[in-house]
Design a protein around this ligand. Structure first.
Ligand code: ZN
Length: 205
């Protein structure tokens, strides 16, 4: 059994919810699926900063049932495609599809819970801990992802969400440049390629 090597996740989006969309990049003209197991999902959650490394390890440790792991992986991928519909509509300035928003809301329900206070104060204060109402592999995996999506859509300026200007590239990013002039997922890859292509067109009409 091959050990799940940590993949080269693409973290160029300045936002974990957009980084999630970027887990299906086109590399060398081939569409790639980077989330092929719950181990991948757990690794990605830590790499993208959605979970701490400790939380990610704990999540991977809970994925021992192949059936539950497969269901959680499917749910993450389906959530990603719903979010992609929303983000695509934002970028294209078309109507946001209600079923896609609904899918985000369904996943957010898994994040519901309550605070529990621990029994005795220590050093002058009680401590509290958030308890999920639904504590399953699915909710532990999808809830933080849904919260990241809600943070992108509700706490940030969605007009700064962009798709890479290379038509052959499928990556999204949140433009944090001062004048909102960022055009490429990465200057090293698409930026250079597009500049070289434009240069070639200018000199070889
Ligand atoms: Zn690109």
């Amino acid at each position: 059994v091959a050990d799940s090597a940590v993949k080269d996740f693409i973290l160029v989006a300045n936002d974990p919810a957009l980084d999630l969309l970027n887990t299906t990049p086109v590399l060398g003209q081939v569409p790639v699926e980077q989330l092929t197991s719950m181990a991948d999902v757990a690794d990605w959650l830590a790499a993208a900063g959605v979970l701490t490394p400790g939380q990610s390890r704990a999540l991977a440790g809970r994925a021992s049932s192949p059936k539950h792991a497969a269901a959680a992986l499917t749910a993450v991928r389906e959530f990603r495609e719903s979010l992609r519909f929303v983000v695509n509509a934002i970028v294209l300035k078309t109507a946001i599809p209600p079923p896609a928003v609904n899918a985000v809301n369904q996943a957010l329900r898994l994040a519901g819970g309550f605070w529990k206070i621990h029994g005795q104060p220590k050093a002058g204060r009680f401590s509290r801990e958030f308890q999920r109402r639904s504590d399953t592999l699915l909710s532990r995996t999808l809830a933080p992802i849904a919260q990241a999506a809600a943070a992108l859509l509700c706490d940030r300026d969605v007009s700064a969400i962009k798709k890479c200007d290379n038509p052959a590239c499928v990556l999204y990013f949140y433009d944090t440049s001062r004048n909102r002039t960022r055009r490429w997922c990465s200057m090293q890859t698409c930026g250079n390629r597009m500049k070289v292509a434009a240069h070639y067109r200018r000199h070889h009409p």
